[in-house]
Design a protein around this ligand. Sequence first.
Ligand code: CAA
Length: 386
Amino acid sequence: MDFDLTDEQQLIRQTAREFTDKEIVEQAKQNARAHTFDLDIVKKIADQGYLGAIVPKEYGGAGLDYLSYGLVVEEIGRGCSSVRTVISVQTSLVCSAILKWGTEEQKHHYLPKLCSGEWLGCFGLTEPDTGSDAAKQRTRAKKTDGGWVINGAKMWISMGNYAKVALIFAQTDPQLGHKGLACFLVDTDQPGYQPSVIEHKMGLHASDTAAISLEDVEVSDDQMLGGIGDGFKVAMSALDSGRYSVAAGCVGICQGCVEESVKYAKEREQFGRPIASFQLVQAMIADMVLKSDASRMLVWRAGFLKDKGRPSTTETSIAKLHATEAAVECSNTAIQIHGGAGYVDDHPVERYFRDVRVTTLYEGTSQIQKLIIGRAMTGINALIPS
Ligand code: CAA
């Protein structure tokens, strides 16, 4: 077993680290305060090749392997989870789905524009009444001559207000359950696509989150991604990539918590010495390092399997479950080390704490990840009543 990164991977990681420190860290605080979705930063991450990082160069991507993509996402996640969300959604949920399921024509039409950041994309799976039970889509697609007309509503859609293309999952025949689902590449300028901003979120203040109403939205046949009945698989395979990306971002939060806490604990003096010299503080730091390292190893394993083209759904769920829960705990511990200073946004740990909370919810809750893992171990689907 070889834990060494290649020279190229080390360079990619170092470049992402320097880029994050220079372009993202300070801006993240200002954007969170102002609740700004920062299109200048989106342009910068696109110029770095971080949108569509795993897309082959022939379609305008950076052609990175999954492990390298994870290294980039870790660094960006340390800097700002709102920016990391842009990368995760655009690269993993949108681009990876088009790459896996798209026709050559669709790939050439959408991917270069998404990789360059000219267009943003969003992933319209979740609905007001459809969360964990993703197969129960209430959005309907009705066949017309030469196309489809879509009616329904989507909820909690990252970048739904800025996207030019929306992956919209819809039921074509309710009798068929998940086998009736289809995914459509909807042009958001199309009449009937109406997004609105979801406000008053706990965190990710610099991320755009939308509710979307779809009223008689017309799409042509060639805007279907995959075939009729493939929709659920399109969603699940995209989430295999999305969950990996969320997990990698959470490793970044864990790492940020360690680095910020060590720095603060060495500066802050109480009882006549730096608080870093107290055993109880060192124990908290050790606990965060443990969580950070274990999460990173799980993400690297999932990335390794993806790069080998081997099944990785279970390992991705393990990485997502561990890294997101670890990041929630690390951000809490980091605030404990910072004391009152951690309760205001002068230090990033305050933002880590608020931003990380959604990661055990979105792209599949921790409970859904446990059911995926439990099913893989037992062969029993706990979601089907016995
Ligand atoms: N890749 C490809 N196909 C897959 C797959 C995968 N990873 N996982 C399952 N499938 C296929 C199965 O093989 C099966 O195919 P067949 O019909 O041919 O047999 C089909 O999909 C149905 O699979 P399941 O029986 O496993 O489906 P299920 O109904 O039991 O659901 C679930 C499983 C894991 C609970 C799933 O519904 C799920 O992941 N729910 C959570 C949804 C979720 O993560 N939502 C997040 C929304 S995205 C978001 O948050 C975006 C944002 O903007 C931030």
